[in-house]
Design a binder for this molecule. Sequence first.
Ligand SMILES: [Zn+2]
Length: 249
Amino acid sequence: MIRIIVILRRNSVAIFLFACCLFAITSVVYTHGFHPDLEQWQKRGLVVTSVDTKQKVVALTFDDGPNPDATTEVLDLLQKYEARVTFFVLGMHAEKYPELIKSIQYHGHEIGSHGYTHNVRQYNNPQFARSDVQRSLQVITSISGIRPHLLRPPGGFLSRQLVSYCIDEQLTIVIWNWDADYKDWKAVDSCLLAKQIITGVEPGQIILLHDGGENRQVMINALSLALPTLSRMGYRFVTVSELLALKNQ
Ligand SMILES: [Zn+2]
């Protein structure tokens, strides 16, 4: 009898742990880009991960900045190859480096919001998510004079409440092509990163890169290798709004 109870107890623990893991995985998957409503949101144009187009255009996107250690260097490089891109900036960094926001704007790039704090976990709280986005919009608007209409939630977070808020605020949520996420933030080999970007390129792609964070040199070197090659392949680099305007063209 005791043996049976022990076995049952062991099984209950195993089932409990399994349920916890399943719940954790499901929460992460649901809220970070693979939400069950994603397809429906994409069809309605509320969430964008790529754009259907035959033209050789891609939208390079840079997250987590502005960053005095990388943004200016990225801007110089982009200018060299006549690339127009989108920076999804953090409100707290924009506030700290307003001159970099103005520089991004001066160079003709688009600025979207990446929230204020990058506190992804807290985005499960709809009230926090709303106020975090709102605060970033206020900061960016006060510096640039233009209210962003693109939002990339930190970590690609998605929820029904966040999408509903974005509808009210006329914000389009921009994620990225999951197969064009090369984890540049932890890349150690710029040649490999450049090769991944070049071989993975497709018309209408939204490519995720980061000018924010530490050790951005590998990404910058990869960019300096990828930009001339992609240009030779006939690709143009456009902002997300420009890419959206090329849908079905
Ligand atoms: Zn980010």
